[in-house]
Design a protein around this ligand. Structure first.
Ligand SMILES: [Zn+2]
Length: 565
């Protein structure tokens, strides 16, 4: 029987009950997470309550790691493996003392382990779990990569010159213990844990440039010396199951990756450039938290409409927006919501981004003739209830999908247009008869993604008059807006994470009549005004600016300056 000190302390101060502790310990056995983490995740206590209790009861000092990146020399005193194993990070050191940030200062095993490796006195400090993760990333982030690069260069200079570069690269890349493997893994891990959607490996005139896209914006991760370029690319191509010797034609590959117990799917593609192959990795987390309707940013009113649209047995729902506006995430959210044993749900996708269990997902393959239109016809012969079509790109697909929607199927799809009217214009343009659109379409969800202000460095500021004017806001009514000043938590960008901004048009009987009667736009606008249920995206993003969720600039960039499609 393991005696748990943290649990006992929390019971003694009255924060949790014995039953709650027993429940949390049972959860902990299953998830292997730390007890404090389990209690927070299960909403038994907040992290602040936990920190306050430990601070007051133990007299341990709190350290805010949002503004603190530990000095590099500390990495040598506490190895990364120890820090990761116990979830601790050294934050400062004096002659014979290390100050150790911990989320559980009662974890004596951790203190003993650090004491043993560093041979110094340990003073525990308390910090948030997130603060510790950030400090760890700051302290150890590129450490593995740097060490691996040094080793690779040493090996290279020792290798005989006569050996062909390709052979060396391929051999080194196939050896699992090689520093190349460690370098490549640390690059992918860094991207995965920093929340990158893509990692770009770009050969240039000088070094190999490694960048990642986080919350829609690119940032540099590191540079790898040019002489290691071939080895790094070979290793990645082996991981992705690509042909290592072929460097002149674009290739695609796939692989899985696990970082800190989180599983990722990697989709890789290469492109021959004048300086060598450029490789891009798209990272997709399996079972990512994005797939719940409560988390995509729907307002109360939009949620009502969203549920209305997906609860109908037939008809089409279109999700529209420019590239990178989160259309496919919203579609997966719907698929997840609709997935049940009682229905036959089939998807046609290009590419299949997430594997969802319990449904049939079909990958489009133009080369073998499996097109959207052809696939859709085959699916209709397989008794489907719900069909999700990744994207409507052509007239034939649009026609078949619309007919399926009219004949008793719920059809979900996306279209690359700006808003509801642009969508109707496009459908008419590609030759779908207005009366078919009127009969098939239940609603159009237009969406954008805006970056959220980082909560760790958010501050209020006075907006300029022209700023407010550009959002259609009155200066007298808006004393302040918000922005992030930049901190380690957000890598200095002032933003952390994104949220969807939606506008949902549900086709009423009157709107259907207006569409089938020749699609008169003025008439439709008048009906929408009269019905009074449509909330434009601009209103919603103004609310987000005033509530301090996002900035004026971000609102302008994504919603007001619509951008060319
Ligand atoms: Zn920040």
């Amino acid at each position: 029987m393991k005696y748990n000190r943290l649990g006992d302390l929390l019971i003694s101060v009255g924060l949790i009950t014995q039953e709650q502790l027993d429940f949390a310990l049972e959860q902990q056995r299953q998830t292997k997470n730390r007890l404090g983490q389990v209690l927070i995740q299960e909403n038994v206590i907040t992290e602040q309550q936990l920190i306050d209790a430990l601070r007051l009861q133990l007299g341990v000092e709190f350290i805010d790691l949002a503004d603190h990146i530990p000095e590099a020399r500390l990495a040598a005193m506490v190895p990364k493996a120890t820090a990761e194993r116990f979830g601790v990070v050294p934050v400062k050191a004096e002659q014979d003392t290390i100050y150790l940030a911990m989320s559980d200062p009662l974890n004596f095993m951790a203190i003993e382990a650090v004491k043993a490796t560093s041979r110094k006195r340990i003073i525990p400090m308390i910090s948030t779990i997130r603060g510790i993760e950030h400090a760890m990333l700051g302290l150890y982030g590129n450490e593995d990569a740097t060490r691996a690069i040094e080793e690779m260069q040493r090996e290279r200079s020792a290798a005989p010159q006569a050996q062909a570069a390709v052979t060396t690269a391929a051999a080194a890349a196939a050896d699992n213990t090689a520093p190349t493997v460690r370098l490549v893994n640390s690059i992918i891990e860094r991207g995965a844990l920093d929340g990158a959607s893509d990692i770009h490996i770009e050969p240039g005139e000088g070094d190999l440039h490694i960048r990642m896209r986080v919350d829609g914006v690119m940032r540099t991760m590191m540079f790898v010396p040019r002489d290691l370029q071939a080895t790094v690319l070979s290793r990645l191509k082996i991981m992705g199951g690509m042909d290592v010797t072929e460097r002149r034609v674009p290739q695609d590959g796939r692989a899985g990756f696990t970082a800190k117990n989180r599983e990722f799917d990697m989709r890789m593609s290469t492109l021959p450039t004048i300086f060598g192959e450029k490789l891009v990795i798209r990272l997709l987390e399996k079972n990512s938290g994005l797939l719940h309707k409560d988390k995509i940013g729907l307002s109360h009113e939009d949620m009502r409409k969203y549920l209305n649209l997906i609860s109908r047995p037939s008809g089409m729902v279109l999700i529209v927006g420019p590239t990178g506006s989160g259309k496919s995430s919203t579609m997966y959210t719907m698929i997840n919501e609709l997935n049940s044993q009682q229905i036959n749900l089939v998807t046609l996708e290009d590419p299949v981004e997430y594997n969802v269990s319990g449904i049939s997902q079909v990958q489009i393959n133009e080369k073998t003739g499996l097109t959207f239109a052809g696939g859709l016809r085959s699916i209709l012969r397989q008794d489907p209830d719900i069909i999700a079509v990744g994207e409507i790109r052509d007239s034939e697909t649009a026609q078949i999908a619309m007919r399926a929607a009219i004949t008793g199927h719920l059809v979900l799809s996306t279209l690359h247009t700006n808003d509801a009217f642009a969508t109707l214009d496009r459908l008419v343009d590609i030759g779908v008869e207005p009366y078919i659109i009127a009969g098939a379409l239940n609603g159009i969800i237009s969406q954008r993604l805006v970056r959220r202000i980082c909560p760790d460095c958010r501050m209020a500021c006075k907006p300029g008059p022209e700023e407010l004017l550009s959002l259609g806001l009155d200066q007298q009514a808006v004393p302040q807006v918000y922005r992030g000043t930049g901190c380690p938590a957000c890598a200095g960008t002032g933003y952390l994470g994104r949220t969807g901004v939606f506008e949902i048009l549900i086709l009423s009987h009157a709107l259907r009549l207006a569409i089938s009667g020749g699609y008169n736009r003025e008439e439709m606008e008048e009906i929408i005004r009269r019905e009074g249920r449509f909330i434009p995206m601009a209103n919603r993003v103004r609310e987000l600016v005033l509530a301090g969720v996002t900035t004026v600039e971000e609102a302008r960039r994504t919603v007001f300056v619509a951008g060319e499609l």
